[in-house]
Design a binder for this molecule. Structure first.
Ligand code: URA
Length: 209
């Protein structure tokens, strides 16, 4: 699978396994998700461009490196994407944040946008879309369709978990969008849940079930 990055760092795998446990409390789930999101932010920002700057240390002047260009944008797909933001912002505190809200029309089953708020100057920014689960791929595809209209420099997609169906759908629609994930599970069930998965990510993050 091209353009899919499996983050197999032992700490990521360990935390993900603890999150899958059905008896993990809301607090535990959220804490692990924060920690895991920070580790994933580290991986997804690995190729950020740098520029050289002069820096005066207490002893000498030298050439150091800092991140180049406009601030990165994390785009959360509501509502579960919000569970990933805090951990990512711990690692990239200057990043901007956008939100996309989508629901599925019960008749057409097509995603319908109910909220869309982005920072300015998106054409000069790199985007990292966050959503814990890439399942059918419908929301991810709709979010990328919408974001591409703003002509950003690049778009990456970060999730905790995905499945072959979700990857195939997103790659077919948007082969240029790199997918970063901590696991590729076996399959999607008839209700659109990932198996073995971790259940409903939004409910587990917000304690709504
Ligand atoms: N969304 C979830 O929260 N869980 C799944 O398994 C699939 C989509």
């Amino acid at each position: 699978m091209s353009n899919v990055y499996l983050i197999d760092h032992p700490l990521v795998q360990h935390k993900l396994t603890l999150m899958r446990r059905k008896d993990a409390s809301t607090n535990t789930f959220r804490t692990l998700l924060n920690e895991l999101s920070s580790l994933m932010a580290y991986e997804v920002t690995r190729d950020m461009p740098l520029q050289e700057v002069e820096v005066e240390t207490p002893l000498e002047t030298m050439t150091g490196k800092v991140i180049d260009g406009k601030k990165l944008v994390f785009v959360s797909i509501l509502r579960a994407g919000n569970g990933i933001l805090e951990g990512m912002l711990n690692v990239v505190p200057g990043a901007r944040v956008g939100h996309v809200g989508l629901y599925r029309d019960p008749k057409t089953l097509e995603p319908v946008e109910y909220y869309f708020k982005m920072p300015q100057e998106m054409e000069e920014r790199d985007i990292v879309i966050v959503d814990p689960m890439l399942a059918t791929g419908n929301s991810a595809i709709a979010a990328v369709n919408r974001l591409k209209k703003l002509r950003p420099k690049s778009i990456k997609f970060v999730c905790l978990l995905t499945c072959p169906e979700g990857i195939a759908a997103l790659q077919k629609a948007h082969p240029d969008v790199a997918i970063y994930t901590a696991a590729i599970d076996r399959q999607l069930n008839e209700h659109g849940y990932i198996l073995p998965g971790l259940g409903d990510a939004g409910d587990r993050i917000f304690g709504t079930k």
